[in-house]
Design a protein around this ligand. Structure first.
Ligand code: TZP
Ligand code: MG
Length: 235
């Protein structure tokens, strides 16, 4: 008989609807990341990833502690990009890692069964590698070209996201967020066009600049959330 679908014992239910990825370098002058994250959560952000490539370990941990105090007070999970050690030091909810970071199994062993661990997926091959782990979700992208990540691989476009979701739908469908170049003007179309036929659609969208660089992160967040939940006018 076919093997039963593995039960994911270690997934806490995570609301991935609106996933904020930080980048302090994109903040408007005079506004702190703390104020930005709090406003974004008030606007509807459901999960925060601290992604601060330019920070050394000590200031990264200090910032992560301050951000975690905020996210925790709203019951929003905080994930750390790349750095399992920083997540452990801070005691936050998990990490987001890619294929040059610590390997998934080691990260899981260090962080424990209840931590949230997300993996980056930019290709069908990475999708199948991720689906073979017990990771909690995948971040799929870049959907569109984006100046925020100049070293990103070539854009997948919504059709590429759709192919990736479809490719793992029979083995281990994973909650997925799309990332890269998503803004208020294209979010509806991206969510709609990336829906695979007969497979699980994306669980949310992840953005950096559309919230971090916005003059009004709270309304930028609520606008993204509302739009992502409604089909485009032409659909
Ligand atoms: N991974 C793929 S694209 C990207 C990351 C971290 C950056 C997305 O930034 P933006 O500003 O939302 O396009
Ligand atoms: Mg990484």
């Amino acid at each position: 008989p076919p093997l039963p679908t593995p039960t994911i014992l270690n997934s806490p239910p995570i609301d991935l609807s609106l996933y904020l990825v930080t980048s302090s370098s994109l903040l408007p002058p005079g506004r702190t990341l703390e104020a930005t994250v709090e406003a974004a959560i008030k606007g509807g952000v459901t999960v925060v990833q601290l992604r601060e490539k330019a920070l050394d370990t000590r200031p990264f941990i200090d910032l992560a502690r301050r951000i975690h105090a905020i996210t925790k007070s709203y019951d929003v999970p905080l994930l750390i990009n790349d750095r399992v050690d920083v997540a452990l030091a801070v005691g936050c909810e998990g990490v987001h890692i890619g294929w040059d970071d610590m390997d998934y199994e080691t990260a899981r062993r260090l962080l424990g069964p209840t931590a949230i661990i997300g993996l980056s997926v930019s290709s069908l091959e990475q999708a199948s590698l991720a689906a073979a782990t017990t990771c909690d979700y995948i971040g799929v992208g870049p959907v569109l070209p984006t100046p925020t990540k100049p070293d990103a691989s070539s854009p997948l476009f919504p059709s590429g996201v759709r192919d990736i979701l479809a490719s793992i739908s029979n083995t281990r469908p994973l909650p997925a967020v799309a990332i890269g170049g998503i803004s208020a003007t294209n979010v509806q179309s991206i969510v709609y066009k990336s829906r695979p036929h007969a497979a699980t659609p994306i669980s949310g969208i992840a953005v950096v600049s559309a919230i971090i660089a916005s003059d009004d992160p709270e309304s930028a967040s609520s606008d993204l959330l509302t739009r992502s939940r409604n089909p485009p006018p032409w659909a």
